[in-house]
Design a protein around this ligand. Structure first.
Ligand SMILES: [Zn+2]
Length: 393
């Protein structure tokens, strides 16, 4: 009903506005509003009802629900089927259907920390330039920083299996890939101080993947063992190899999702260049993907507000230059948008070329500084956004 209302509203606007692009009338992706929310087996029925009902009432079209996080609940060491992730999504489907909200299953991808996997296949984990496996060391002091190798075909098959078992859930709209990258070789700049790291350049401790498979594959192609490179970052082939092999793995996983008739989407780093530099993620070259949602959490980068538009524009242009068929939807961190400013940010990303807008996160909208929540502000902002209103300076 809500969608019909907006359609009628938009149709009305187009009759009275000759300059409006015709495309907006036909493309449901335009001005589509998304939101990320954590899911868990412990989430109560009341909580599920809350998130889907409120999404419906404020105009959120799609919910991306996390179903495999850093600390997986069910450890099935025989089949590796992530039954907990499946159950989390299956419980949410009736609510999505009740309220007419698109539901996407959000999975962690190369960052896999299930204990049984770590025990069964320690050799699948990424190795740094010092020869240490992230299965053995605690990167950045984080227990969940365990990353799978992008070169090994067994890893890709494992990830395809996990994506496929989610994509097969009836009533699901799509599978959303998060953490589809290398561990941070450099953390976003605004986090260095709080994490107590000095990362003025690339250091071997945080530079991955130098596992046997990656070294052998690169040597086969270029005749060099990357472990012997004096300045690995300066070696164009070695950088390109890592970007390409990860993009290929992402593309292969997306292909499985598409084969099940579902949308493939991914949460990626803020801009194409920063992504390649910080986490070796060349997301403009991910194939078989419908939507990329850059996480433009600008304060973590120490960026001014305007950089949200810059990053959005660079992403849109990057996708076009790479000949990608995917479209971009900017994802912003709720806590980085001051009270009363949400619509300005939505409008800023739209003007920079983002087709839709994604909130991180619904939990973040549930609360505000000093008490209460931000749903009233969000409802108003989304209404204006869908009406196509723009901020006047
Ligand atoms: Zn490797």
């Amino acid at each position: 009903m809500k969608k019909l209302f907006y359609l009628l509203l938009c149709a009305g606007l187009f009759i009275s506005c000759e300059t409006a692009p015709v495309q907006q009338e036909e493309d449901p992706a335009v001005n589509k509003v998304w939101a990320w929310v954590s899911g868990s087996l412990k989430m109560s029925e009341e909580k599920l009802e809350h998130y889907f009902a409120i999404a419906d009432s404020v105009g959120i079209d799609a919910i991306i629900m996390e179903c495999h996080s850093g600390y997986p609940v069910v450890l099935d060491s025989t089949t590796f089927v992530d039954s907990a992730a499946i159950k989390i999504i299956e419980r949410a489907v009736p609510y999505a259907q009740k309220y007419g909200i698109e539901l996407h299953a959000w999975m962690w991808t190369t960052n896999r920390c299930e204990k049984h996997l770590r025990e069964a296949h320690p050799d699948w984990y990424q190795v740094n330039a010092q020869g240490e496996s992230c299965n053995d060391i605690k990167l950045y002091g984080r227990e969940h920083y365990r990353w799978l190798c992008p070169t090994r075909s067994e890893v890709t098959e494992y990830l395809k299996d996990r994506a496929r078992e989610l994509a097969r859930i009836d009533g699901l709209a799509g599978v959303h890939l998060d953490f589809i990258r290398y561990p941070d070789v450099i953390l976003p700049y605004g986090l260095h101080e709080s994490r107590g790291v000095v990362q003025d350049k690339v250091y071997p401790l945080w530079d991955f993947c130098y596992c046997d498979s990656c070294r052998a594959a690169f040597k086969e192609l270029h005749g060099i063992d990357p472990m012997e490179l004096e300045d690995p970052t300066a070696n164009a082939e070695w950088m390109q190899y890592r970007w390409d092999v990860l993009a290929k793995q992402a593309s292969d996983v997306c292909e499985v999702i598409k084969a099940e008739g579902k949308m493939a989407t991914a949460a990626v780093f803020a801009s194409p260049e920063e992504s390649k530099k910080l986490v070796r993620q060349d997301w403009v070259n991910f194939k078989n993907i419908d939507v990329v949602l850059p996480m433009i959490y600008h304060k973590f980068y120490g960026w001014e507000d305007e950089m949200v538009a810059t990053a959005t524009r660079e992403g849109v242009e990057g996708l076009a230059a790479a000949g990608s068929s995917a479209y971009l939807c900017s994802g912003l961190f709720v806590g980085h948008m001051p009270e009363g400013k949400i619509y300005e940010f939505m409008d800023m990303t739209r003007k920079a070329g983002s087709k839709g807008f994604c909130f991180f996160s619904m939990e973040g909208l549930d609360r505000k500084r000093g008490g209460g929540d931000r749903w009233g502000e969000v409802a108003e902002a989304i209404k204006k956004y869908k009406e196509g209103e723009t901020v006047t300076e």
